[in-house]
Design a protein around this ligand. Structure first.
Ligand code: HEM
Length: 504
């Protein structure tokens, strides 16, 4: 054995002994840990379970180890919760104890170590940010002020598709146009700004930087440095790329949007009805409640939390409607009979359209955009389901499985909006039932639900009113294979959709 190998072996043995001692301490004397696969030294369960901890793989593990299970990913504890009662405990009963978020070296970069709202720990800063963001983003007044904008954007999608004769024959990748619509929906709220076309250079730049940020943050590439801290120095290159993307992105938000709005505000006084979200946020900055970095991180949070999540849900809704023509027809009949053929749906109509609401709910159930919620974390040692949970564990609530477990739902694999009139008539998307939490529930639940539901209703409603939505020519169905990331459940292929205009 040469010296180098001997040195490596001794180091390995040393690390293994250290880990074995730590694990036995945790498992043994003080802690009664949740069940899970037996960890090996240094790596824990990482090599057994791999990187791809998506909702389906975690469901398989829950079937084996139970409704609460522990995985050791290197030095990190990961607790997976898979029953409505335990979800209630994490999100509601012990909402404070489990109300923090995990971060890692990469998220520390993108959030400036938690200067944002989505990824900050539960405490004073989070409370302040959530309060400051509520008036500009998360009230019914915001919906009433902005719904005309969303109706206008959905109308422009319909207009553009009608103008494109190929859409009715060869079809088009509708997602691209819907993405522009979602950016416009959110940038109108934030800055009273919109992008004219998919080719708008600012839109192209923004989309690319947001895409890079999502890819870098969600990638499994940096796990080794996160799970095994001694390997962190090898992440230097990766972290440098993250820093670069973060800086370019925040600079773009600042130079092209925040500063522009500031200039406009200093030229004329904007009355309270003409205010966009950024005017309120800048008021909070002027009062000294938050600093300039916080302002930029609010813009960053809305970019990651609002745009793609809603877009994925719209895309899934379209795919399910294409693949279930009888449901599409039933929805069209509802729209035609309640509103009159050709009368374009607006936000206040949604409450008169129960089948449309059921289609939205069923889409969010079967194709839950954030199937494991945003990971929660306990700052201190805690108890859950009769087990000890060591401080700073990452807690994943498998919300997708809660809503797709055949023990709790009738034929959950079927796309059947009717379930929300029949056996599930009392279930709402706001978390009134712990089997169905597409937006989470409790302190860290999604405040954007108040915007997401009407945007989904208006968009799907307008599309079905104005077009027959069909699969690509020669194919019976759209491919609905899933692409699941750490925080997301998206459709794998952005399919071509044929949109045949209806005439009225
Ligand atoms: C269909 C669309 C959407 C879905 C499915 C969705 C889902 C979620 C989920 C599951 C969470 C985490 C809940 C938890 O950890 O317990 C969340 C958090 C959040 N969402 Fe949404 N969301 C959507 C749209 C939006 C929109 C439109 C906005 C903003 C305008 C938004 C803003 C946020 C924020 C700020 C948080 C973090 C809350 C906190 O940590 O306190 N979301 N969302």
């Amino acid at each position: 054995m040469d010296l180098l190998l001997l040195e490596k072996t001794l180091l390995g043995l040393f690390a293994a002994t250290l880990l074995a001692i730590t694990v036995s301490k945790l498992r043994g004397k003080r802690f009664k840990l949740p069940p899970g696969p037996i960890p090996v030294p240094v790596f824990g369960n990482w090599l057994q379970v791999g990187d791809d901890l998506n909702h389906r793989n975690l469901t398989e593990l829950a079937k084996k180890f139970g409704q609460i299970l522990l995985l050791r990913m290197g030095q990190r504890n990961l607790v997976v919760v898979s029953s409505p009662n335990l979800a209630k405990d994490v999100l509601h009963t012990q909402g404070v104890e489990f109300g923090s978020r995990t971060r890692n070296v990469v998220f520390d970069i993108f959030t400036g170590k938690g200067q944002d709202m989505v990824f900050t720990v539960y405490g004073e800063h989070w409370r302040k940010m959530r309060r400051i963001m509520t008036v500009p983003f998360f009230t019914n007044k915001v919906v009433q002020q902005n719904r005309f904008g969303w109706e206008d954007e959905a109308g422009r999608v319909v207009e553009d598709v009608r103008k494109n004769p190929e859409a009715a024959t060869d079809g088009m990748v509708l997602r691209r146009r819907l993405q522009l619509m979602m950016y416009n929906n959110m940038y109108r709220i934030m800055f009273d700004r919109r992008f004219e076309s998919e080719e708008d250079p600012l839109f192209v730049k923004l989309k690319a930087l947001n895409g890079e940020r999502s890819r870098l943050a969600q990638s499994f590439e940096y796990n080794y440095g996160d799970f095994i801290p001694v390997l962190r120095p090898f992440l230097r290159g990766y972290l440098k790329v993250c820093k670069d993307v973060k800086e370019r992105r925040l600079k773009l938000f600042k130079d092209y949007f925040v500063d522009e709005r500031k200039k406009l505000g200093s030229r004329k006084s904007i009355d309270s009805n003409g205010k966009c979200a950024m005017d309120h946020i800048l008021d909070a900055q002027n009062k000294g409640e938050i600093n300039e970095d916080n302002v930029l991180y609010i813009v960053e949070n809305i970019n990651v939390a609002a745009i793609e999540t809603t877009l994925w849900s719209i895309e899934w809704g379209v795919a399910e409607l294409v693949n279930h023509p009888h449901i599409q027809n039933k929805l069209r009949n509802e729209l035609d009979s309640v509103l009159g053929p050709g009368v374009q749906i607006t936000e206040p109509d949604i409450e008169k359209l129960p089948y449309l609401q059921a289609v939205v709910k069923e889409t969010l159930r079967l194709r839950m955009a954030i199937p494991l919620l945003v990971p929660h974390m306990n700052l201190h040692d805690a108890k859950l389901g009769g087990y000890d949970i060591p401080a700073e564990s990452k807690i994943l609530v498998n919300a997708w499985w809660l809503a797709n477990n055949p023990d709790n739902w009738k034929n959950p694999e079927e796309f059947r909006p009717e379930r929300f009139f029949e056996e599930e008539s009392k279930v709402e998307a706001n978390g009134n039932d712990f089997r169905y939490l597409p937006f989470g529930v409790g302190r860290r639940s999604c405040p954007g639900i108040i915007l997401a539901l009407p945007i989904l209703g208006i968009t799907l409603g307008r599309l079905v009113q104005n077009f027959d939505l069909l699969p690509p020519p020669g194919e019976p169905k759209i491919d609905t294979a899933e692409k699941a990331g750490q925080f997301s459940l998206q459709i794998m292929k952005h399919s071509i959709i044929v949109l045949k205009p209806r005439s009225f």
